[in-house]
Design a protein around this ligand. Sequence first.
Ligand code: CP3
Length: 348
Amino acid sequence: MKQRENQYPFLRACRRQPTDYTPIWLMRQAGRYMKEYRALRKKYSFLEMCKNPELAAQVTLQPIEKFNLDAAIIFSDILIPLEPMGVEFEFAKGEGPVFHHPLRGMKDVEKLRIIEPEEELSFLMEAIQIVRKELEGKVPLIGFSGAPFTLASYMIEGGHSKNYILTKSLMYQDRPTWDVLMGKISEVLIRYLKAQIRSGVQALQLFDSWVGCLSPRDYEEYILPYSQKVIQGVGKKVPLIHFATSSSTLLDLMREAGGDVIGVDWRMNIAEAWAHLRYDVAIQGNLDPVILLASSGLIEKEVKRILNSVGGRPGHIFNLGHGILPNTLPDHVAALVEMVHQYRSSKG
Ligand code: CP3
């Protein structure tokens, strides 16, 4: 078993071991840019698909069947564990998530439940088991969750936010409530991620998508202890990718919080980010998803620029800097995957 796991380029790169080519997967690789996904979405809502193990497994495998990707990521959403915690939301058409009763103070936070993921989110655990079986060892499966800050921000703002004023106000002005909230989320995430490992995921990604709105000092004071608690609580059984956007000033602190791989967006130079981290973690990224809308010539130029800057150092996982856009052409995804695989192998 150990031997086998060690043969996957994606898992080897997570551990900074050499690979024959640079492994690649894409955030949101299952989704609306694929006609196979859109066809299913005509029949089911997004949450119906997440909560049905067979459908979630089927959607997870759609991009794997079509492209030469080096990892699958289980089809779900970072918001899925919030519902059993007692936070209701829906995906309003064209708006993203909308929460009916955003958290406002200690009274709301005290009501939040610590969940039993294997029972209350059994659909996800079943989906993981189905995908592992169907993959037959073809590529490893990534599980994921939101990170404490990003989840807290949805619960407090009631949806996506531009300036995170409500979240930061609670953080600055009501420290006891902030600590109880972050403590509860962290406890849920440890249980949730461990349950995903027990169900069969071979790597994890922690999405702290919106934490880049904070100063390094505030990250250190209000976020780091909780992200660190989650990562340490989950343990070292599988490699963990710690991802954020707009995080160039937070890199050291994110590494301190933990993770075998740091995921970066396109706003920074990936080679500089890695050098800054002194190469003692692996690095993931960082093509701007908008580049995938351009011509294949431009895509190739950017791919080469990224791969040349990293210089073939073991421990680079190619990805976008954030999720793939719904209007991306599948042919461009296929071309991207081939470029990333070919370019390194022709060099080495
Ligand atoms: O990467 C993958 O393919 C796995 C699936 C996945 C989804 N969401 C599917 C999805 C993952 C890993 C996520 C993570 C997620 N969800 C994040 C963190 C990553 C990021 O993008 O920053 C966040 C912030 C969310 C919350 C969320 N879910 C939002 C804001 C939205 C609406 C925005 C949008 O793109 O419409 C979603 C919906 C969502 N999650 C869709 C998919 C495929 C679209 C649903 C649909 O209408 O079909």
